[in-house]
Design a protein around this ligand. Sequence first.
Ligand code: SF4
Length: 227
Amino acid sequence: MRFNDKLRQLETLYGVYEEVTAELEIACAKGCADCCTRNVVLTTLEGYGLAEHLAAYHQDILATLRADIGSSRFIPKMTTNGLAKICMQGLEPPEESTAPENTRCSILSKSACAAYLFRPFGCRCMVSQSRCTDTGYAEMDDFTVSVNTVFLQFIEHIDTTGCSGNLADVLLFFETEINRRRYRQGHHLCSAQGLISNSPIPVLMIPPKHRNRLEPWIRSIQKKLNP
Ligand code: SF4
């Protein structure tokens, strides 16, 4: 798939996700940024647009990310589709490290995201039923977790030749135009620090109790991605 088609498909998925979450009761509001930590994970497809935006308008943020690269953050060992594949094979997934607490995302400016329009799905999907300020974490029911998992799987699927990683690692990888160009050209670049290879969807990880409710949304996604 061509790079611009992948970007269009990503926007389509974000649009469908907004429709899905419009049906959920959520407490998230402007200025609420307690879930903005250094533990966000994203694909290279999502990181590409964000990195270009930061390179053009927020060199200071890239400098902070670079200076903070030694700081603790969650670095994934496995992608969502990688996990689905391992579960299908009946194997034991690798143990992920615990996400460090009290870390503040370097893109947060006062209480707002400095690149809100370019925020990755890992930020968009933090839809909480109660104010995180009160609980200290985003509170989601089982169904919302299933919805988020399905979208994570589709986003990874359209970036199958790409990689996933922590926000800081993906953004610093894309800091140079050489890496951005090689990614646009479809080169496999996941040997870079902190990045892991994406995979196509082997099976959607949906618990039986959510299948009927999610079915129309999955059909809608498939139709919009393959018109
Ligand atoms: S990228 Fe933006 S929305 Fe996401 S955690 Fe950072 S500040 Fe928050």
